[in-house]
Design a protein around this ligand. Structure first.
Ligand code: 4NP
Length: 149
């Protein structure tokens, strides 16, 4: 069984959405979780704009709680999807060996292989940013799920 972790900076905007979206496409047998490279929002619920856009598409992410990525996540998870280059660098910094490094992938490389495109951080923008992020993540997670099923 494959365990999948979604990672962003704060674990309140992008990665909780990615977690909720991927969970909705996979059976309950898969472990899907999310974390932030920073600890600013540990214990917090997702941003209300992420909760709202998820709800618009029938997903409830309101009960998720922010937590910080830690080195033991390399042992728990088989695939670690990051949203942007800064997330990638922060996660890779904690890698202990090549096997850890190999688990870390840009989520948008699912839809745009090899390009290392970023899911833009919507935190300081308006609601449209969250809609845009939802659509990008939905498309990418659909391809992740197809590979795993
Ligand atoms: P996220 O967005 O990484 O998608 O959860 C952010 C949330 C909070 C902050 C930055 C990005 N912040 O600076 O508090």
């Amino acid at each position: 069984m494959t365990n999948i972790l979604m990672v962003c900076l704060g674990n309140i905007c992008r990665s909780p959405l990615a977690e909720g979206i991927l969970k909705s496409k996979l059976s309950k047998d898969f472990i899907v979780d999310s974390a932030g490279t920073a600890n600013y929002h540990s214990g917090s619920a997702p941003d209300k704009r992420s909760i709202a856009v998820a709800r618009k598409y029938g997903l409830d992410i309101s009960k998720l709680q922010g937590r910080q990525f830690n080195v033991s996540d390399f042992d728990t998870f088989d695939l670690i999807y990051v949203m942007d280059t800064s997330n990638y660098q922060n996660v890779i910094k904690l890698a202990r060996h090549d096997e850890d490094v190999a688990k870390v992938k840009f989520i948008l490389n699912e839809t745009h292989p090899g390009k290392n495109f970023e899911v833009p951080d919507p935190y300081y923008g308006g609601d449209h940013g969250f809609e845009n992020v939802f659509q990008m993540l939905d498309e990418a997670c659909e391809l992740v799920a197809e590979k795993l099923l």
